[in-house]
Design a protein around this ligand. Structure first.
Ligand code: SAM
Length: 303
């Protein structure tokens, strides 16, 4: 599981499998009694990966176990997060923005499931095998995108702005950018470079929505607390003969600049909501019951 500067992955491997983890959460939310959104593609991705031999390293656990409790929290968080980013795009569409870039798109199906205004183009960047799995699965079910969809298969540590331009991206147009479930998988330096590039490619009126991890998220103390929590879950699962994978092992646990501060320093007007606030708004039934993720949701605009 160790990360390297030029590692790559298929959908069932390493960081790629985290996209399947998010799809599991979206499929569960879509099948629930009062779903926050409907993502019919999510279950198709899980089914296709399962048919190819994948079994989730994140799920499992007896009823009432610490692992089951943790999954409930992670899925509720992922559902609330998905809703928050859906609303961001409703707002950018209402603002008249018709150019969208989803960074580390994974199995995000927004280009296929949101009501995009005519003329919207959605660029999606992720590793080549991840985007290939997604596009092949949707094509096998003859599911067409609502917006014009352009896949840009490249690693975000490489020269993705050049690849984006070659795919038809127009830096003179305002853009709505999204980075959801991405930043901990990038080294701190790559995160700074990512925002430098977003800034350079953003015309006035552009907006960016980010799931950020504040300066303290990777403090030694917070890492120690999260590891202790995870060790307890693993110990309990091991007694039941189960192995639990922790996505934090794929993170670059390096302190990094707070996203809202970075954006503000570069002239963006940034609003921030904490993960506790977002979870309380969309999933009040679990908020307070489970440990907070400690992330923040940043919505920023360049005038
Ligand atoms: N944003 C998507 C969503 O919310 O459904 C996917 C989130 S998933 C937790 C993380 C995604 O980040 C994976 O699809 C992975 O391939 C992608 N990713 C991580 N590091 C990347 C990199 N350096 N270049 C391209 N994609 C990357």
């Amino acid at each position: 599981m160790a990360r390297t500067d030029d590692d790559s992955w298929d959908i069932t491997e390493s960081v790629g499998a985290t996209a399947l983890g998010v799809a599991m959460a979206r499929a569960a939310e879509s099948a629930s009694d009062k779903p926050l959104f409907d993502d019919p593609c999510a279950q198709l991705f899980i089914d296709a990966a399962t048919a190819a031999g994948w079994s989730s390293p994140f799920a499992g656990g007896a009823a009432g176990s610490a692992q089951t409790q943790r999954m409930r929290m992670v899925w509720a968080y992922a559902a609330a997060r998905t809703k928050w980013f859906d609303e961001f795009f409703a707002s950018t569409s209402a603002d008249g923005i018709r150019q969208v870039v989803i960074l580390a798109a994974g199995l995000d199906a927004r280009a296929w499931r949101l009501p995009w205004p005519d003329g919207t183009v959605v660029f999606e960047i992720d590793q080549p095998k991840v985007l290939a799995f997604k596009e092949e699965t949707l094509a096998a079910h003859d599911i067409q995108p609502v917006a014009r969809h352009v896949g840009v298969p490249i690693d975000l540590r490489q020269d993705w702005p050049e690849a984006l331009r070659r795919s038809g991206f127009d830096p003179a147009q305002p853009t709505a950018w999204l980075a959801e479930g991405l930043l901990p998988y990038l080294p701190a330096e790559a995160q700074d470079l990512l925002f430098d590039r977003i800034h350079e490619l953003s015309a006035p009126g552009s907006r960016v929505a980010v799931e950020g991890f504040g300066a303290n998220y990777f403090s030694e103390e917070n890492q120690r607390i999260r590891k202790a929590r995870m060790d307890a879950i693993r110990e309990e699962a091991a007694k039941a003969g189960q192995q639990v994978t922790d996505v934090a092992e794929l993170f670059y646990p390096e302190p990094r600049e707070d996203v809202a501060e970075w954006l503000t320093r570069h002239g963006w007007q940034a609003g921030v909501e904490t993960s506790a606030e977002v979870t309380a708004r969309y999933k009040p039934e679990v908020a307070g019951e489970v440990p907070d993720i400690g992330s923040e949701f940043v919505d920023a605009k360049l005038s």
